[in-house]
Design a protein around this ligand. Structure first.
Ligand SMILES: Cc1cc2nc3c(=O)[nH]c(=O)nc-3n(C[C@H](O)[C@H](O)[C@H](O)COP(=O)(O)O)c2cc1C
Length: 405
């Protein structure tokens, strides 16, 4: 009887302390999630709403609110728009000089990202039953010697809205609201010739070519080289610091500066997991250190590359490697590829670290070019492509009005 009473007492005490411990843990988890921004509305995702473009009455801004959903390097959204005061049908696209970064020293990716936006605007125009007259570099080329000065004043494009709807334009409007870059594993099946033909058919730019790489040795080599390239981005302080500067770790930061990277970029979808991780990274910043991120990236990306059957490269003749018009056109082509990919249930995931232009990556890029491109080909973009296993979370976007000069 005595031992019975003792056992009951122990059980009661254990239960009491278990409840206290669980409650304390739950309160701690809740506090961490609140620090992460659990009760903060995700305004940084508002531009993805189909109704978003209706918030503005100016037709140019309505088209541009679709344009800003375009994929773009490092999610820097390096765009500025100048709306013509006198002609309500005209706007100019500029690159944003404040978003120039060390990851892209030749500004190739910035120009490509201007092209991705222009193509999205084109697709929106068809939906609006209007046509567009797009003139690239209407006031002449950028002064390459004084790039950073010149980029402030030289428009990348002048766009005039007209009533000649381009009936040949692909009907891809619905696809612009889907996730874009898919950094999850793909189903490792070979791409069919018919699928390749669909992609080839999207390319009507004379200086651009699409190439597919899927031989075993090439895939292994590309994976290894890109992993080396990614390691550089976290180990070279100049590059790593820049990545850190554009990484937002809480919901508050994402709403304040909705460009760059966040946990969505890593594929974190579950909101509770996201708030918990964001809170943890705020309380224990070492969790997001370059060393830690580099280690995780190697593990995760190796798996991603292993799940990939096909890599796609967009190339131009080597004589055009610095041609800004061809770079913008590469962006236009990339948008068509990504949006058509949604229809084919295929995802794209660029791998810039393999073909980066900073000096630390010269050897990696050189080895890739020597082995997999002909002597006259220069790579503008390389991406993994494949059948998606699940939809990827959407990334942050700025308010369309914030881009207006
Ligand atoms: C020129 C260019 C280069 C890119 N390079 C990479 C890359 O190296 N790694 C990556 O994960 N995503 C890359 N991306 C995808 C962007 O990071 C992505 O478009 C951006 O973060 C916005 O996300 P979303 O495409 O999902 O909307 C690139 C996109 C472009 C246009």
């Amino acid at each position: 009887m005595k031992t019975d009473g003792l056992a009951k007492k122990i059980l009661k005490t254990t239960a009491k302390w278990s409840i206290i411990t669980i409650s304390v843990l739950m309160v701690i988890v809740l506090i961490i999630m609140i620090i992460g921004g659990m009760f903060v509305p995700s305004e940084y995702l508002d531009p993805w709403s189909k109704k978003y473009s209706k918030r503005v009455t100016d037709e140019r801004l309505q088209l541009l609110s679709i344009g800003i959903l375009a994929p773009n390097a490092h999610n820097l959204q390096h765009w500025k728009f100048e709306l013509d005061d006198k002609d309500k049908k005209v706007f100019k696209l500029f690159a944003n000089p404040e978003r120039i970064g060390s990851q892209d020293p030749t500004h190739r990716e910035m120009l490509i990202s201007c092209g991705t936006l222009l193509e999205y605007v084109n697709i929106a125009a068809k939906k609006h039953n209007v046509g567009l007259d797009t003139e690239l570099f209407p006031e002449g080329q950028i002064d390459e010697e004084k790039f950073e000065e010149s980029i402030k004043t030289v428009p990348i494009a002048k766009v005039t809205i007209n009533d000649k709807v381009n009936l040949e334009m692909l009907n891809l409007y619905e696809n612009v609201f889907m996730h874009e870059t898919n950094r999850y594993e793909y189903i490792k099946t070979p791409m069919t010739q018919a699928e390749k033909e669909v992609y080839y058919s999207l390319n009507d730019f004379k200086d651009l070519n699409i190439k597919f790489l899927s031989e075993e040795q090439a895939k292994k080599n590309i994976s290894e080289l890109t992993l080396k390239g990614l390691d550089i981005t976290y180990k070279v302080p100049r590059l790593a610091n820049e990545l850190k500067k554009i990484t937002r770790t809480t919901e508050y930061q994402k709403n304040k500066k909705p460009f760059g990277f966040s946990l969505e970029t890593q594929g974190i979808k579950n909101p509770l997991a996201k708030y918990f991780l964001e809170g943890n990274m705020t309380v224990m910043p070492f969790l997001g250190s370059n060393k830690n991120t580099a280690k995780i990236t190697q593990k995760v990306y190796k798996k991603l590359y292993d799940s990939t059957d096909t890599f796609m490269v967009m190339v131009c003749p080597i004589s055009k490697m610095n041609d800004r018009t061809v770079q913008v056109n590469c962006g236009r082509l990339y948008s068509r590829l990504v949006l058509t990919g949604h229809t084919l249930k295929m995802g794209f995931h660029p791998m810039s670290a393999l073909i980066a232009d900073y000096e630390e990556a010269v050897q990696i890029k050189g080895e890739f070019m020597t082995k997999y491109l002909s002597a006259d080909e220069y790579p503008f973009m390389i991406t993994r492509v494949g059948l998606v296993t699940k939809l990827f979370p959407k990334s942050m976007r700025q308010n369309v009005l914030d881009f207006v000069k």
